[in-house]
Design a protein around this ligand. Sequence first.
Ligand code: ADP
Ligand code: ASP
Ligand code: MG
Length: 329
Amino acid sequence: MINIEGENLSTHYLDINSSLEKERRSPLYVMKFGGTSMGGAKEITIVADIVSGHYRDGKSLVVVPSAMSGVTNLLVSVVDGIKKSDTTSINKDLRAIFDKHMIASNEIGLSMIQKKGLQEKLRDLFIGLRNDVSSASGNITVSGEARDRILSYGERMSARILEAKCQQERLQSVVVDAFDIIETDDNFGEARPDFEQTKIKATYRINPMLKKGVIPIVTGFIGATRDGRITTLGRGGSDYTASILGWALDAKEVWIWTDVDGVFTDDPNKNPDAKFIDKMTYKEADAMAKNRNKVLYGKTLEPLFGTGIVLCVKNTFNRICEGTRITAS
Ligand code: ADP
Ligand code: ASP
Ligand code: MG
């Protein structure tokens, strides 16, 4: 039996399934926005506009942001700096991470009071990051656990910026840290979810929010072990967060918003002859994802087999394009 905030979940779970599920305002869409879509103030403003448009269209939404582009790579570089005891490089990377988020928070057009609130949250997270870096320093081997903890800050920071921008758009949006929802094993760096526990936690935390018309913004990429140690799902794993949540919350569709029009026969940024694919089956998309095709993380389709949930890949910067629709058959 699990206890969150002192409450017994198993009795709640029954209530949730029988009542809240039916009272949801409309079919659920999980929308994940990748690193380029979260690139800076301009891009996050577009994301908030997309979220607002679909919410006002009457959809229930769960939003899953990635870290701002380049931030997870900087965090990996911080970990490398720790291993080499290279303080100069660590400080340079930390500065770049701090500046990137502060610049976005300054340029995103918030009121003074909203900006102050957001920057306080970002500073608190940044202090947490610095403390975790200090604790891990002095070791040539950084444990998988310490590494995942450090890598988790990218999504935790980007989600707060998107939350502030959505609130400014008069949307009721609240960040939910995925370490409170996605339960995993302790295979740090590529943790495997416990689907049943995740379903219980996601239903318990998210459905009451959806019922009230709130938009949960769930940090991509991260989870936690049963005893609360932060894990990551693997590089590019925010796609997986979205499909896990789509499955757990019985979404109608999961939309992966990225920087190309959808899935192509080859990388359109490298091969000008790559052809756009408008429809695919889960099986075809799964084979492509497992073939280290970057547009979808390898395990993205796995939670969707056996469901009727549609997975769409869409372009944040070309909304008119329908994107690629991936269905069971
Ligand atoms: P995000 O940050 O949105 O998750 P990714 O960089 O992980 O985006 O994936 C999108 C990129 O995947 C595209 O910019 C494109 O260059 C690359 N890509 C590789 N293979 C394909 C393909 N077959 N179809 C579409 N994009 C592809
Ligand atoms: N931020 C993580 C990464 O860069 C996860 C993701 O973007 O999907 O790997
Ligand atoms: Mg990706």
